[in-house]
Design a protein around this ligand. Structure first.
Ligand SMILES: Cc1cc2nc3c(=O)[nH]c(=O)nc-3n(C[C@H](O)[C@H](O)[C@H](O)COP(=O)(O)O)c2cc1C
Length: 159
């Protein structure tokens, strides 16, 4: 049997920069700032025009995004904790605010501004989302620990 290993790293979200994106009413990305591109591991032009779920992490329960869309479609501001997936498969946690951009009194698109969260909060949210996914979607996240020397030996066999 062939075995392959992927190791996923967490990216630290900078404290002093905001991570900004905008999306049209269908959820397609129309703008990202440089910090957003850096933290997600993409070039801005790889993101613009893509559905916002390009950075969706599999650990996120569907109900969280259903709540997000219901809230913003109502014209309200959604706040919540989101785990996002980087282009390299790594991840980062943020606290996001998603709201409607108004022009001349009319909604034109949506925007999101995100900030870092504490380690404690990320652990708490991971547990909560694992529970929600298990209840709602019947899937369980499996975390595997392996001794470093065994991992190195297995990786060497692959090469
Ligand atoms: C302005 C805006 C920002 C969003 N930001 C994210 C985000 O950072 N990560 C994410 O997974 N989904 C984000 N979404 C939600 C996605 O559009 C999508 O609903 C979600 O990734 C789940 O994918 P799905 O709807 O295909 O199930 C955002 C939506 C809007 C309108």
């Amino acid at each position: 049997m062939e075995t392959s290993f992927d190791t996923f790293y967490e990216t630290e979200v900078p404290e002093d920069e905001l991570i900004v994106s905008r999306a049209d009413f269908s959820g397609k990305i129309t703008y990202v700032n440089e910090t957003f591109a850096d933290i997600s591991g993409y070039e801005p032009n790889e993101l613009i025009g893509q559905p916002h779920n390009v950075i969706r992490h599999l650990d996120m329960p569907k109900s969280v995004f259903a709540g997000l869309w219901e809230t913003i479609k109502n014209g309200d501001v959604w706040h919540g904790y989101v785990k996002n997936c980087r282009k390299d498969g790594g991840y980062y946690w943020v606290y996001a605010r998603v709201s409607t951009v108004m022009k001349d009194g009319k909604p034109v698109e949506y925007k999101s501004v995100r900030e870092p969260i504490s380690r404690k909060k990320a652990t708490e949210m991971q547990d909560l989302y694992d529970k929600l996914r298990s209840e709602e979607e019947g899937t369980t996240r499996v975390v595997l620990y392996i001794a470093n020397d065994k991992l190195e030996a297995a990786k060497a066999l692959e090469e």
